[in-house]
Ligand binder design. Structure first.
Ligand code: DGP
Length: 114
């Protein structure tokens, strides 16, 4: 039996509404429901890879594409400086187990992160 669709698959299919800012045949990008910066967008592959440590060699092109999409979306948002974050595992803050890049911008960020 097929696994239940992930939350982000349901957003990609239109089953759950979201503020979509980009889509193509491999990825979508939409605004985070709980923004932690003036711009907070999630860049998500349509393929439901659960987490960063489940990325396989065959996914390398797809994962690279996420960064190309992030660059495009950042430009569309007028951002020159921004942060890209991928949490891997609950202990690192991951709550949705469908791979995604957080694109954060519109304010300054400290380093190291808290
Ligand atoms: P992470 O904690 O790294 O797994 O990030 C998951 C993000 O997903 C979190 O910042 C909140 C966001 N999120 C959760 N549910 C929804 C939703 O239904 N819609 C949108 N747009 N974002 C969501």
């Amino acid at each position: 039996m097929a696994d239940d669709p992930t939350l982000f698959e349901r957003i990609a299919s239109g089953d759950i509404p979201a503020d979509l800012v980009y889509e193509d045949d491999r990825a979508i990008a939409f605004r985070d429901i709980h923004p932690v910066a003036p711009t907070h967008i999630l860049v998500v592959p349509r393929k439901p890879i659960p987490r960063a440590d489940a990325i396989e060699p065959e996914d390398e092109g797809l994962v690279g594409h996420l960064f190309t999409v992030a660059r495009q979306v950042a430009a569309d948002e007028g951002l020159t400086d921004y942060r890209l974050v991928m949490n891997c595992g609950e202990g690192a803050g991951q709550s949705v187990f469908h791979l995604h890049l957080h694109l954060l911008g519109g304010r300054d960020f400290s380093w190291p992160p808290g």
